[in-house]
Write a protein that binds this ligand. Structure first.
Ligand code: GLN
Length: 212
């Protein structure tokens, strides 16, 4: 089975551990130390606050080892702040914000926050079967630019779940995948709809099976 770590420095760690916990063939564990990181097959970077998390990554001696694992092909999934950490480039980041990188995108931090702090919408997500995913955005980033190797999995529809005009958010890219790296600007860990986690569990199991 695949061991999936959840970076447990800040943010909605418990929600991700709970979301992953029910899937067959995976074990979900919190990661706070380099030795714990070394023992996982895949990693989830939770939602929270990307600047705080990046500072804690430095404090806990995890920034370089995590960068190296991701660069080496370890599957990684980031939601919201996690998407920001995985992006190769961030707009509107804090000056001391560090990137893990691995995802050839430019994201804009707090992009939705300029018009609405949080909103919900139903999104069709490529690779997720069974109808649209309820997406919760909380001071979320969006992807402004994606490299040629990045698959766009979802964009914001013109109307939000409440029937409001999505305005500037309409058409924005909010879910992407590049090889083993998956990122969503929204928080499936907060909705009880675990299909995005299901997709990542599949990616993690496949990566483990491929190594054998
Ligand atoms: N705005 C946060 C950041 O910059 C992300 C918000 C979230 O993860 N819900 O990191």
């Amino acid at each position: 089975s695949a061991v999936i770590g959840v970076l447990a420095l800040q943010g909605d760690v418990r929600e991700h551990l709970a979301a992953l916990g029910g899937f067959p063939g995976v074990r979900a564990v919190p990661v706070r130390r380099p030795a714990e990181l070394a023992a996982v097959d895949a990693i989830v970077l939770p939602g929270g606050e990307s600047t705080t998390m990046s500072r804690l990554l430095v404090t806990f001696d995890l920034l370089e080892p995590l960068r190296a694992r991701i660069a080496d092909g370890m599957p990684a999934y980031g939601s919201c702040a996690g998407m920001i950490l995985l992006a190769d480039e961030v707009l509107d980041g804090r000056p001391d914000q560090q990137q893990l990188g691995g995802l050839d995108v430019v994201v804009r931090r707090n992009a939705f926050g300029r018009q609405v702090d949080s909103f919900e919408t139903d999104l069709a997500v490529d690779g997720v079967e069974g109808g649209p995913v309820r997406a919760v955005f909380i001071r979320a980033p969006w992807v402004e630019k994606a490299g040629a190797d990045v698959e766009v999995l979802a964009t914001v529809p013109a109307l939000t779940a409440a029937g409001r005009d999505a305005g500037e958010a309409a058409g924005r890219v909010v879910a992407v995948r590049q090889g083993g790296v998956l990122a969503t600007a929204f928080h499936p860990e907060l909705t009880g709809d675990l299909r995005v986690h299901g997709l990542f569990c599949r990616m993690a199991r496949e990566a483990v099976a491929g190594r054998r």
